[in-house]
Ligand binder design. Structure first.
Ligand code: DAH
Length: 332
């Protein structure tokens, strides 16, 4: 019978070792250890043994049972640990997208240029002012020496609102109306720039957008001459584009300045870019804003910010700057 015990013991250990699930281990309980099991049933046969053998065989059975039980416990722990690992692996969330460094955005090209321009002009001693995007006919045209019938008005492709019947409330077509607002509220001397968003009834193309940005400049002081204007334009050109750029003024016409000029900048390769308009503030404009033209004189200038950004970064089509295509945006 000792032989049978040994046999059942070895078979049971093998069964435990090869158990793959907790259910397999429960089968060991019923098939081996239970009263009817391969080891359990041996106990009931002890009675039939000779007295002198009962003790040794009984001990052998008990030892075998204990050994199988502890092997089963051990195996149960292994299987539970593996089951837990499996569950952890299965339930694991992939957080790599979150923990990976997010791609950082940046300011729009036009806003980058806007802020750089502000820095340059603040460095030249200018202050910054802003005005409303919704303007009245008075500020956008009338006070800028463009009365009702003035032909220059038609050049602005104005977007009127139906805020009141006579069409006197409009989306400003340029930042020049802010000049008037500044002159009405700030005591001269005035050294001010006025950046802002402007609007025109225009179909977008490679060089135009119906919504764009301008930067207006205004200097009002005593004895201001055209030389101050030319010097200021040149100083800002060099500060913004680099010391190897130069500028020039070309005679032009604007209702709000007299004399008026167009200003161009020259790239290091000798080619010219037309940038904006400027001139000596017209006496009618000073008067409309409540300043005495006999006492004060000054110059003004205005140019497109988007255009500056385009020039700085060599963007061929201005519409690319507003298409929100990341492949374009992330280059800057
Ligand atoms: N307001 C003009 C425009 O939008 C630009 C301009 C020209 C502004 C001459 C000025 C100036 O201040 O003096 O076309």
């Amino acid at each position: 019978m000792i032989e049978e015990v040994r046999h059942a013991h070895e078979a049971a250990l093998e069964q435990v070792a090869t158990a793959l699930t907790l259910a397999d281990l429960r089968a060991v309980d019923s098939e081996v250890l239970a009263k009817s099991g391969t080891l359990g049933s041996l106990k009931s046969r002890l009675g039939s043994l000779a007295i002198e053998h009962r003790k040794t065989v009984g001990q052998a059975i008990n030892q075998a049972i204990e050994a199988v039980e502890s092997a089963a416990d051990e195996r149960r722990r292994e299987l539970s640990a593996a089951a837990l690992q499996g569950r952890i692996a299965a339930e694991r969330l992939d957080l790599t997208e979150i923990t990976a460094r997010p791609r950082r955005g940046h300011e729009h090209l036009a806003i980058q240029a806007w802020e750089r321009l502000e820095d340059v002009f603040v460095g030249l001693g200018f202050q910054i002012a802003e005005g409303p995007e919704l303007e009245t006919d008075f500020y956008n045209f009338e006070a800028l020496n463009m009365p009702r019938s003035h032909p220059a008005r038609s050049g602005f492709d104005t977007l009127f609102t139906d805020y009141n019947e006579d069409g006197t409330v409009l989306l400003r077509t340029h930042t020049s109306p802010v000049q008037i607002r500044v002159m009405q509220t700030v005591e001269p001397p005035i050294y001010m720039i006025m950046p802002g968003r402007v609007f025109r009834r225009d179909t977008p193309d490679a060089t135009h957008m119906p919504v764009f940005h301008q930067l207006e400049g205004l200097v009002i002081d005593r004895s201001i001459t055209m030389a101050h204007l030319a010097g200021t334009i040149d100083a800002f050109t060099k500060a913004f584009f680099g010391g190897d750029f130069t500028s020039r003024l070309r005679p032009n016409y604007f209702p709000f300045t007299e004399p008026s000029a167009e200003f161009d900048i020259q790239r290091p390769d000798g080619t010219w870019i037309e940038l904006g308009g400027c001139g000596m503030v017209h006496p009618n404009v000073l008067s409309a804003a409540g300043l005495d033209p006999e006492e004060w004189s000054g110059f003004a200038f205005g140019f497109g910010i988007d255009r500056m950004a385009r020039e700085r970064h060599g963007v061929d089509d201005i519409r690319d700057m507003y298409s929100n295509d990341v492949r374009f945006i992330k280059q800057f």
